[in-house]
Design a protein around this ligand. Structure first.
Ligand SMILES: [Zn+2]
Ligand SMILES: [Zn+2]
Length: 377
């Protein structure tokens, strides 16, 4: 029976072999639930949550600390050649969420051995659908993080060595916005542009002008990235199409930079459209906010971590992380944990080092107890 697996490395290999896509983590949810029930955890997963597990342990008297792991995998065909490669075609734990789950389950076992000394509550938050950036919101809306006094989490970092942890107060991972723009012109013969209204010229001018948001409108001391990544328009060489379309993403680290970029984006797109006398339609989707670490809690986490890990100052990542939906509401700390990989996140040949697990287990365990003690004061 798979739920008899106890060794965290074996747990990770089992989960790696059985990856599931965002919001479809049904077997993963069962596995985690069974495992935690056997350890004596109270399963408190809200009914509205289809996947994911929330579980608690403690005397219910005192602060409530959340320890978070994500649980979903990616639509990637694994090419690692590992003996424990994914058996699910086209699905792979290529972001290392199997590493996160095995760490938190390993910590769960250690915590349950000390359950009589928990003065307060430790709540494990195994959230679904991080990759699609909806899981944290689902958990939040279902009430899974209600009444938490603090929450911590980590993402494995393949370019950090085993036993290394990256900790910083403030912004660690970027706010993510996503946009699409379509220009509606008038199609015509390529040789008679005067008889139509060319959306491709309007699009290319707009794409170039958008680059001035970062170079001319944002504070040069702050980081912002705006990338147009996908352009479509037309079908052949001698016809001017009636419409053209592009999409892309914005990454920022402050509310100010985010608001500035969005405002200028609308002004530029609508302004260029007006200049060319055609219609533009903008679809703007706000993704997760910046992952923002509470400065007081970060100090506590850093001091405790330095007792058994090599603490390094991380370079903030322009990638997004939906832990931000928790960190916007609950004092929190999110860190990068060394997993000594051969390549970066989301690669089909990503292999992580199991030797990093024991440190991550220790981190969840020690920081969980440390924060309970800190918040009781
Ligand atoms: Zn990912
Ligand atoms: Zn990830």
């Amino acid at each position: 029976m798979v739920t008899e697996i106890k060794d965290p490395i074996e747990i990770r290999h089992y989960l790696h072999q059985h990856p599931e896509l965002s919001d479809k983590e049904f077997e993963t949810t069962k596995f985690i639930t069974n495992y935690l029930q056997k350890l004596g955890y109270k399963i408190v997963t809200p009914k509205d949550l289809n996947t994911g597990v929330i579980a608690e342990i403690g005397n219910g008297n005192g602060p409530v600390i959340g320890l978070r792991s994500d649980i979903d995998a990616l639509p990637i065909q694994e090419k690692t050649g590992l003996q424990y490669s994914s058996i699910s075609n086209g699905v792979m734990h290529a972001c290392g969420h199997d590493f996160h789950m095995a760490s938190l389950l390993g910590a769960a076992a250690k915590i349950s051995n000390q359950k009589d000394s928990i003065k307060g509550t430790i709540r494990l938050v195994f959230q679904p659908a991080e990759e699609t950036h909806v899981g944290a919101q689902e958990v939040k809306e279902a009430g899974g993080v209600d009444n938490l006094d603090a929450i911590i989490g980590f993402h494995n970092k393949p370019d950090y060595g085993v036993g290394e942890v990256g900790i910083t107060a403030g912004g660690l991972m970027a706010a993510v916005d996503q946009f699409t723009v379509s220009f509606q012109g008038v199609g015509t013969h390529a040789a008679m542009p005067n008889l139509g209204n060319d959306p491709i010229v309007a699009l290319t001018t707009t794409v170039n002008t958008l680059q001035t948001i970062v170079s001319r409108n944002e504070n040069p001391q702050q980081t912002a990235v705006l990338s147009v990544t996908h352009v479509q328009g037309g079908a052949t060489w001698n016809v001017i199409p009636e419409s053209a379309w592009f999409e892309g993403t914005l990454r920022t680290f402050t509310h100010e930079a985010r608001a500035t970029a969005k405002k200028r984006f609308f002004e530029i797109v609508n302004g260029e459209a007006a200049a060319f006398g055609l219609e533009a339609e903008i679809n703007w989707q706000e993704g997760p906010d910046v992952v923002n670490n509470d400065s007081n809690l970060t100090k506590v986490v850093e001091e405790e971590s330095a007792k058994f890990l090599r603490v390094i100052k991380p370079v903030p990542s322009n990638a997004g992380e939906d832990f931000a939906y928790f960190s916007q509401r609950i004092p929190s700390v999110f860190v990068f944990f060394g997993s000594h990989g051969n390549t970066d996140w989301h690669h089909d040949d990503l292999v992580l080092d199991d030797a990093g697990l024991k440190y991550a287990i220790e981190w969840y365990y020690r920081i969980g107890f440390k924060l309970l003690e800190y918040l009781r004061k």
